[in-house]
Design a protein around this ligand. Structure first.
Ligand SMILES: N[C@@H](CCC(=O)N[C@@H](CS)C(=O)NCC(=O)O)C(=O)O
Length: 209
């Protein structure tokens, strides 16, 4: 049996969609959770392929980069799209999610660098909120056209996992208010209530992001 070990931090972040693929596929994995501000991470960081987590170890082979990992597992377990065109759309949505993350950076830095409250608020208003509105508009538009309620095709793909978990973070951060985007709320609930995921989602440590 293949031995999978996922090394990530003790929050959802970029790692939880990977954990969720294992639950969906009902495949055992070692879920190694590390505290970011710890000596354990300080010692491990230089030994990782790219100096970041997540890293997936497959029978001793290390694979870095969250989206490469989730795509690799999804291809193996059948959640990457059923045709080359579906695969392209799954990748496009995930790339859009990554672009959204990049566009939020100036705002996130104001928080990490403890900038004065007025600078944080200004960056939130001028950068983060418009970026968020643009991203949510794109996802909404895709869902409005979807007949299955999934983002691509008629079954779940890893794009659904990535987007649904990110929507939860945007709710937790106050970027989305309950009821403001019913289609997105409905979508997130649909994914997180899938029978294969429901118990894990209910029992996982509750973190803001
Ligand atoms: N593009 C990378 C980004 C990885 C990344 O930035 N990971 C963060 C946690 S989400 C990290 O390792 N932070 C700790 C550090 O850089 O020391 C991916 O998607 O895996």
């Amino acid at each position: 049996m293949v031995h999978y070990k996922l090394t990530y931090f003790d929050f959802r972040g970029l790692g939880d969609c990977i954990r969720q693929v294992f639950y969906l596929a009902n495949v055992e994995f070692e879920d190694e959770r590390i505290v970011m501000k710890s000596d354990e991470w300080k010692n491990l960081k230089p030994k990782t392929p790219f100096g970041h987590l997540p890293v997936l170890t497959v029978d001793g082979l290390e694979i870095p980069q969250s989206m490469a990992i989730v795509r690799y597992l999804s291809k193996k377990f059948g959640f990457a799209g059923k045709t080359p065109e579906e695969e392209a759309w799954v990748d496009a949505i995930v790339d859009q999610f990554k672009d959204f993350g990049v566009s939020l950076r100036p705002y996130i830095y104001t928080i990490f660098e403890n900038k004065p409250a007025d600078v944080v608020e200004k960056t939130k208003k001028e950068v983060a909120i418009p970026a968020c509105e643009n991203y949510l508009r794109i996802i909404n538009k895709i869902l409005e056209k979807s007949k299955s309620g999934f983002l691509v095709g008629d079954s779940l793909t890893f794009a659904d996992l990535v987007v649904a978990d990110n929507l939860l973070s945007l709710h937790n951060d106050g970027f989305i208010k309950k009821g403001q985007h019913p289609k997105l709320d409905e979508f997130q609930a649909k994914i997180h209530n899938l029978p294969e995921l429901k118990d894990y989602i209910a029992s996982r440590p509750s973190t803001t992001f």
